[in-house]
Design a protein around this ligand. Structure first.
Ligand code: GDP
Ligand code: IMO
Ligand code: MG
Length: 426
C-alpha cells in the first residue's frame, strides 16, 4: 500500500493541502502531477502558514523528496518566490526538490492570450485564475510549448520563442495589446531558469526505484475532479486532467501501483469562478458558510460560491477516481446550522420524477436542473478541534455516516479546523 493519492472531489479548495501535510509526515516522496500555479494549497504546521502553488507538500519534512512531475506547468516567477518563502521559514529544499525538464513553462504571453479570450467571451467567460493555464496547455497539445528542457540550449529556446512571439504578437496587435520583445522575454526567463537549474532533473528513475523499494509515495492532486478538462463542467473547468488517472502521464506511474485514493471533500460545496453549481445558496445560509468557512480564493481572493453538500456529484467523483476512502473537511463550518440539506440528484425545473445524475448531461444541461434534497438535523454546538469520532455530537456522527452511505465510500478522516491536529482519524 505504498502509493497514496489525494484528489479533490469537488470544484477545488477542498483542503487537499491540509490532508497531504497530515499524511506527509512519514512520506519518502511527495509529488504534484497536474495543474500549475492556479492551485493554492494551504498548510498550517509547526513552521507557519503556507499557501503553496507549485511545491508539493512534504516540503517541511527533511526526509521527504519533493517532485514537480512532467504533467505540471511551471511559472518560474511563482516558483522562485515560493522557494524563497520556504527558505525564509528555515527549510532547506534545494537538494530535496526534483523538477521534471518535461514540464512546460508558463511564458509571459500565456496570461495575456487568456485575458483576450476571457474578455471576448463576456458573460460566457470561465472566470479563470488568470495564470495562463488554458493557453499553456493549449500550446502543449498543439506542439507549440516551451519546456524546461528547451532552456538547456539557448539556440533552440531563441528559435522557439521567436516563432511563438511571431504568432502571439500578431494577435496582441489585433487586440491592441502591447507587443512582447523576444530578447527581453528570453533574458528574463533565462535568468529565472538559472536560479532553479540545479533542481531540474527527470524524476522518473527516482520514482521507479522508490516503487521497487516499496517506499511511501504521496501524490498531491491539484484543482478538483469537477474541474477536469474532460469530465468537469466544461467549459467552466481547468486545462489539465485533475482525476486520479492523470498521474500515469503526469508523473509516470502505472495504474496498478495506486493502492489508496483519498477523495477530499468539504462537508458542503464551494466553487470559485463561473459555471453550474446546483446546490448553491444565494441566501443567508450561503453567507454563514462563506463567513464561517472563510471562503475566499487562495490565489485570487475572490469570494467562493457556497452551497449544500451535493452527494450526486461526490458519488460521481468517487466512481471516476476510484476513491478508496474520503477525507471529509470543514465539518466545523456547519456547527451553527439547525437543519442541513444534502443534494441527492436532479430534476428539471418544475418537473418531479425520476432523478437524473451529473453525468447524464453537460454544464449547460446542469444549469437547467434543480437538486432534490434530503434534510437532516444539525448539531448546534462546536466541533472545532475535536480529535475523536465519539466526541462528535450524535447528529454530526449521523451526518458523516449519511454521506458515507450516499457516496458509497468510507470516511477515514474528518477535519474540524485548519490546523494539523484538528483532525479525527476514523
Ligand atoms: P486546497 O486547495 O484543496 O488545498 O484548499 P485551500 O487551501 O485552497 O482551501 C482550504 C481552506 O480551508 C484553507 O484556508 C484551510 O486552512 C482551511 N481548512 C482546512 N481544513 C479545515 C477545516 O476542517 N475547518 C476549517 N474551518 N477550515 C479548514
Ligand atoms: P486548488 O488546487 C479552486 C478554477 C478557476 C476557474 C477554473 C479555470 O487550490 O484546489 P484556470 O485558472 O485553471 O484556467 O481556471 O478553475 N480553479 C480552481 N478553483 N481551486 C483551484 O485549485 C482551482 N484552480 C482552478 O476558479 O473557475
Ligand atoms: Mg486551493
Amino acid at each position: 500500500m505504498s502509493v497514496t493519492m489525494v484528489i479533490g472531489a469537488q470544484w477545488g479548495d477542498e483542503a487537499k493541502g491540509k490532508v497531504v501535510d497530515l499524511l506527509s509526515q512519514n512520506a519518502d516522496i511527495t509529488a504534484r502531477f497536474n495543474g500549475g500555479d492556479n492551485a493554492g494549497h494551504t498548510v498550517i504546521n509547526d513552521y507557519g502558514t503556507f499557501k503553496l502553488r507549485l511545491t508539493p507538500n512534504g516540503f517541511s519534512n527533511p526526509k521527504t523528496t519533493c517532485i514537480i512531475g512532467p504533467g505540471v506547468v511551471v511559472n518560474l516567477s511563482t516558483l522562485i518566490v515560493e522557494l524563497q518563502m520556504i527558505k525564509d521559514a528555515g527549510i532547506d529544499l534545494r537538494d530535496r526538490l526534483w523538477i521534471s525538464p518535461r514540464c512546460h513553462v508558463v511564458m509571459p504571453y500565456h496570461p495575456i492570450v487568456e485575458a483576450i479570450y476571457e474578455l471576448a467571451k463576456g458573460n460566457a467567460s470561465t472566470g479563470t485564475t488568470g495564470r495562463g493555464m488554458g493557453p499553456v496547455y493549449a500550446d502543449k497539445v498543439s506542439y507549440n510549448g516551451i519546456r524546461l528542457a528547451d532552456f538547456q540550449d539557448l539556440q533552440i529556446l531563441r528559435e522557439k520563442l521567436q516563432v511563438q512571439l511571431h504568432v502571439k504578437n500578431a494577435l496582441f496587435k489585433a487586440f491592441n495589446q502591447e507587443l512582447l520583445d523576444p530578447q527581453k522575454v528570453l533574458e528574463e526567463k533565462q535568468e529565472q531558469y538559472s536560479q532553479v537549474q540545479s533542481m531540474i532533473r527527470e524524476p522518473f528513475g527516482l520514482v521507479q526505484q522508490a516503487l521497487r523499494d516499496d517506499a511511501v509515495i504521496l501524490l498531491e492532486g491539484a484543482q478538483g475532479s469537477l474541474l477536469d478538462n474532460t469530465w468537469g463542467t466544461y467549459p467552466y473547468c481547468t486545462a489539465s486532467t485533475t482525476l486520479s488517472g492523470g498521474v500515469t502521464a503526469g508523473l509516470g506511474i502505472a495504474p496498478q501501483h495506486i493502492k489508496r485514493v483519498i477523495g477530499v471533500t468539504k462537508a458542503y460545496t464551494t466553487r470559485v469562478g463561473r459555471g453550474p453549481m446546483p446546490t448553491e445558496l444565494k441566501d443567508s445560509i450561503g453567507q454563514v458558510l462563506q463567513n464561517e468557512g472563510k471562503e475566499f480564493g487562495t490565489v485570487t481572493g475572490r469570494p467562493r460560491r457556497c452551497g449544500w453538500f451535493d452527494a450526486d456529484l461526490v458519488s460521481f467523483t468517487a466512481r471516476i477516481n476510484g476513491f478508496t476512502e474520503i477525507a471529509l473537511t470543514k465539518l466545523d463550518v456547519l456547527d451553527t446550522l439547525p437543519k442541513i440539506k444534502i443534494g441527492i440528484g436532479y430534476h428539471p425545473f418544475g418537473h418531479k420524477g425520476i432523478l437524473a445524475h451529473y453525468w447524464d448531461g453537460d454544464a449547460h444541461w446542469l444549469e437547467g436542473y434543480e437538486p432534490e434534497y434530503i434534510e437532516v438535523d444539525g448539531w448546534m454546538q462546536s466541533t472545532r478541534g475535536m480529535t475523536q469520532f465519539d466526541e462528535l455530537p450524535l447528529q454530526a456522527q449521523a451526518y458523516v455516516h449519511r454521506i458515507e452511505q450516499l457516496v458509497e465510500t468510507r470516511v477515514s478522516i474528518v477535519s474540524v479546523g485548519p490546523e494539523r491536529n484538528a483532525t479525527i482519524m476514523v
